[in-house]
Design a protein around this ligand. Structure first.
Ligand SMILES: *[C@@H]1O[C@H](CO)[C@@H](O)[C@H](O)[C@H]1NC(C)=O
Ligand SMILES: *[C@@H]1O[C@H](CO)[C@@H](O)[C@H](O)[C@H]1NC(C)=O
Ligand SMILES: *[C@@H]1O[C@H](CO)[C@@H](O)[C@H](O)[C@H]1NC(C)=O
Ligand SMILES: *[C@@H]1O[C@H](CO)[C@@H](O)[C@H](O)[C@H]1NC(C)=O
Ligand SMILES: *[C@@H]1O[C@H](CO)[C@@H](O)[C@H](O)[C@H]1NC(C)=O
Length: 564
């Protein structure tokens, strides 16, 4: 790993560094990662305590993958026969040898303060910086301060003894920093120039997606969740005010049932307010949980911490929406592969994970002086989550049909191969638009293509810090909107004694667009260079890598997903 820093004009430091897990030396591609602005950093005192997460090698990953395929395929006799956390644990639990080697290694360094999870594939241990630096030769811990938030990370590459390295996927808490929250309000003010807009509210959404006043949750044990990792909080008072202003005409809840993790103080975040206010507007009257920076320690990575929690809680909501992502090329392959396995573990349990597809269209990465490629984002590019893109109304003053929102993230993974469930959909698209595809050097046509579906992502009203605020936009908005509707479908399924939807994609792709409003107009943004001139992929009839299969026609989608 290389660690670079340079002073910018404001004397703030921009840290650009390569994320490399030395445990996977030859295959891991290093990549530049420099979205961070720190006001200060300092060496951590040797006696200071930090917490590291050890991802132990699991067993039976292929069986896990096959089980997920069967329980998610509506044509399989095992459809909907989800596993309990206990059953997942007996499948993937690391071997006795792996557990013994790792425990022995930690103990030989005097590390005894460790917590495991139900599946025993993660260990979180507290130790002093001095011990950590001996355990992982090469690591050097520093404290970084950004926006008043302090994190501990290592500036050096670390290595793990050969005997241990084959038993670990990665060690978390060393290198990755939480991605910088995207500034939604900035994106919005740019859009202000386009003039007055109707503005999206729960009423507009429920009308566009054909949700009637009685389309609300009623099942006893149904629930949904939003997860936040970027120091984002919501205020219960904002949610209550939002519902009193915009919650007319349908039965809803005005409070969250459970907050998991530690809600910080201070101002509410736009992202958190948006997510919670809108999942509770489409998924109305469904019990809602809020997962927030569950980190107990500043050395933890909140996203990883959330994944660890999922492996340790037997009772979880059925739908989780997450507006979070990183450039694929900023992450190590070992890390992404393991997180992808964690998504499979959730899927076999019947949990639906929905990720925002991102707000940079196809993205852009400079690979040479005049050479660019698109830039996929993870977890949006994982084959085991449902990825949600964004749309706008054709006529911004009316509830009309939808067109592409040019920011809608989409494209092809460079890490995950295309899953079987989408091959024919993607081939269909490639044939339809063959003449107008971007140059092949910009993307990897054999990769997992995303998004899978979409919803409105433009000009939402949100109540934040007691103030109704217009112009909030992004796939962060469309994701909870779709999540809430899936929760309503789960609700009806539970009432009929059926399983929850779980991992939706295999079933979604079999609908071939039935029950969704196809989005066929508009392109998303990409590199501003001579070759593509700011244009990535374009929407087309049927599936496309900008809006997926389109946006939900709720009553039609409900009936299509209610018979099995
Ligand atoms: C997992 O849950 C158990 C209790 O159910 C707890 O003792 C343990 O500390 C948890 N693990 C982590 C990593 O938090
Ligand atoms: C659903 O919405 C579309 C477009 O808004 C509309 O044309 C259609 O009539 C609606 N269908 C039902 C059953 O309400
Ligand atoms: C709201 O949900 C609860 C279950 O959580 C249910 O008892 C109640 O009847 C629902 N309200 C309506 C209007 O359906
Ligand atoms: C299911 O219901 C039980 C009892 O009311 C409750 O404790 C639990 O949290 C519920 N689970 C979910 C996931 O909502
Ligand atoms: C394209 O994607 C495949 C996996 O789908 C991967 O093996 C290959 O390395 C990728 N190519 C590039 C140039 O990233």
């Amino acid at each position: 790993m290389t660690f670079w820093l340079r002073a910018d004009t404001n004397t703030n430091l921009t840290f650009c560094f390569f994320v490399v897990f030395v445990i996977y030396p030859p295959s891991t591609k290093a990549s530049l990662f420099c979205n961070f602005f720190f006001s200060s950093f300092s060496r951590v005192s040797p006696t200071e305590e930090l917490e590291l997460t050890f991802a132990l090698k699991q067993q039976n990953i292929h069986m896990l993958e096959e089980t997920l395929r069967l329980v998610s395929d509506p044509d399989s006799s095992r459809y909907g026969k989800h596993l309990s956390l206990d059953e997942v644990a007996s499948l993937v639990r690391p071997s006795q040898l792996t557990q013994k080697v790792v425990h022995h290694w930690l103990q030989s360094h005097g590390i005894t303060n460790c917590q495991t999870v139900h599946t025993q594939d993660f260990l979180q241990c507290t130790m002093t910086a001095k011990v950590a630096e001996t355990l992982l030769p090469g690591s050097r811990f520093h404290r970084y301060i950004r926006d008043g938030q302090s994190v501990l990370r290592s500036s050096g590459p670390y290595s793990v003894h050969d005997d241990v390295h084959q038993h670990l996927d990665f060690v978390g808490g060393l290198h990755r920093l939480p991605p910088k929250g995207k500034d939604l309000s900035k994106a919005s003010s740019e859009r202000l120039k386009t003039g007055v807009h109707l503005g999206v509210t729960p009423t507009i959404l429920r009308s566009r997606y054909n949700l009637s006043t009685t389309d609300v949750g009623t099942a006893q044990n149904n629930s949904q969740a939003v997860a936040q990792f970027l120091e984002q909080y919501y205020h219960p008072a904002d949610l209550a005010e939002f519902m009193s202003l915009y919650g007319g005409g349908f039965k809803h809840r005005s409070a969250v049932d459970r907050v998991v993790g530690k809600q910080g103080g201070g101002k509410a975040g736009i992202e958190a307010s948006l997510d919670i206010e809108y999942i509770m507007s489409t998924g109305a009257n469904v019990s809602t949980w809020f997962f927030t920076n569950p980190g107990r320690h500043e050395s933890q990575e909140p996203f990883l911490q959330w994944m660890v929690l999922l492996s340790n809680m037997s009772d979880l909501p059925w739908v989780h929406t997450i507006s979070y992502g990183d450039d694929e090329d900023s992450l190590s392959v070992a890390y992404m592969m393991r997180i992808n396995t964690e998504f499979m573990k959730a899927g076999v349990r019947g949990i639906s994970l929905l990720f925002a597809s991102g707000d940079s269209g196809a993205g852009c990465k400079h690979t040479g002086s005049k050479q660019n490629t698109f830039r996929p984002s993870f977890p949006a590019s994982s084959p085991y989550v449902t990825t949600v893109g964004g749309t706008s109304f054709k006529n911004p003053f009316k509830v009309t049909y939808e067109v592409t929102d040019y920011i809608s993230g989409g494209g092809f993974s460079n890490v995950f191969t295309m899953p079987d469930y989408q091959i024919s959909a993607v081939n269909g698209y490639m044939k339809t638009v063959a003449a107008s595809l971007p140059p092949q050097s910009y993307y990897n046509a054999s990769g997992r293509a995303y998004p899978d579906m979409a919803a409105l992502s433009d000009n939402y009203w949100v109540v934040i810090n007691r103030v109704p605020t217009p112009w909030v936009s992004g796939t962060s908005a469309s994701t909870p909107v779709v999540g809430g509707m899936l929760s309503l479908i789960n609700d009806q399924r539970l009432l009929k004694g059926l399983s929850p939807l779980g991992f939706l994609n295999p079933r979604l792709y079999k609908l071939k667009g039935q029950a969704l409003f196809d989005v066929t107009e508009g392109c998303h943004l990409a590199c501003l260079d001579e070759q593509v001139q700011g244009k990535g992929f374009c929407a087309a009839p049927s599936w496309d890598p900008v809006t997926g299969w389109g946006t939900p026609d709720y009553p039609a989608l409900l009936s299509a997903l209610l018979d099995n």
